[in-house]
Design a protein around this ligand. Sequence first.
Ligand SMILES: NC(=O)c1ccc[n+]([C@@H]2O[C@H](COP(=O)([O-])OP(=O)(O)OC[C@H]3O[C@@H](n4cnc5c(N)ncnc54)[C@H](O)[C@@H]3O)[C@@H](O)[C@H]2O)c1
Length: 397
Amino acid sequence: MPANRITHPRAAHGADHGLFTLGEPVTAWTVSTALPVTYEVAFTPQVLSPANPALAQAGGHPGRRLVVVDSHVHELFGDRIHGYFEARGLEHRICVLPAHEQVKTMDSVFRVAEQMDRFGISRRGEPVIAMGGGVLMDVVGLACSLYRRSTPFVRVPTTLIGLVDAGVGAKTGVNFGPHKNRLGTYHPATATLLDPSFLATLDPRHLSNGLAEILKIALIKDRRLFDLLEQRGEALIEQRFQGPAAGGEVLVRAVHGMLQELQPNLWEHRLERSMDYGHSFSPTVEMRALPELLHGEAVCVDMALTTVLAQRRGLVEPGQRDRILALMRTLRLPLWHPLMEPETLGDALTDTIRHRDGRQRLPLPVGIGGGCFADDLTADELGDSADELRELACVTQ
Ligand SMILES: NC(=O)c1ccc[n+]([C@@H]2O[C@H](COP(=O)([O-])OP(=O)(O)OC[C@H]3O[C@@H](n4cnc5c(N)ncnc54)[C@H](O)[C@@H]3O)[C@@H](O)[C@H]2O)c1
């Protein structure tokens, strides 16, 4: 046998931990492996109470923690955050980061990475703690996924969108050029601790903003959640999800519904995603309207448009359409925006088709609580639906 000839005694299908080889001598390999992922999402009331060990114990061993906090959250809760780690005897450094849509950029990611570097964070046992809304968590998650290719982190969402959406999935990301969340990774936090008491200080507009993502889940898959929002939506905003109207069932159904959809398709290999409902036109509209529209508001405008479109197709009854639009108004969400004109909607659809690998895969509601996907939307149908929505939105203003 020549000295440089490489053979493998078990070079065959799956014989070597799944390594598939070709040729004799072996000259080609196919590596196939799977990455098992486990992460925890748990309601954790009073997460900053010194008596509550959950945050100190989440995802790591005792030692040190780098805590990255949204600057607004730090103003409100900084003393309690510091007091918590002091009381739990955890050495910690707090990094305060401004977090809103216009600073959802790689510059913010680099700021976090720099802090991780200065902190001398260990590779596995010192999860970064991200406390804030969707922007803060997306930025910190991206920094953690990049730093040493993967550093663990723990999320403590402090907004409604954070609690029911941005805090529970696997995606990280920042805006890039004119595009929403165009740079990002899949890097779920080891643990997410959900404490609705943070909502007590949230601006009502941001509560409505989060209710848009809850309404999305209701419309596309959970009729009971829709009924709950009709019955309690207004009170939930008034009472900021605190007290008797703390919204337990609404929040639990929203998180459960979201995770039911995410778990079987966490890496988004399947591009027909019902959780993309309301996210077909909204990314372009949101970015072009910045800073006027919040994320959930843009999602709601998209859902209003596709509700009208679905009614015109006979998927939703006129009475159901009216209930849906009425609920959006009850939740203090916009139904319409001037950017819903042919050029922006056309550009949005083009970008979404690219994002969905060449097909529309447009989630549409079926009745209330069901959904389907369409691939045959035309510019005319889109324009006519937008015209009809504009009239309906004016009538119901
Ligand atoms: N990764 C995902 O899967 C995912 C899912 C949905 C949304 N998102 C992203 O989330 C972002 C929207 O998140 P958001 O709505 O939380 O916005 P946000 O992070 O900008 O927070 C909204 C505002 O609330 C302030 N704030 C945060 N907590 C507060 C509190 N407890 N009290 C008072 N003020 C508080 C923030 O400083 C900010 O001004 C978007 O960028 C969106 O793309 C990501």
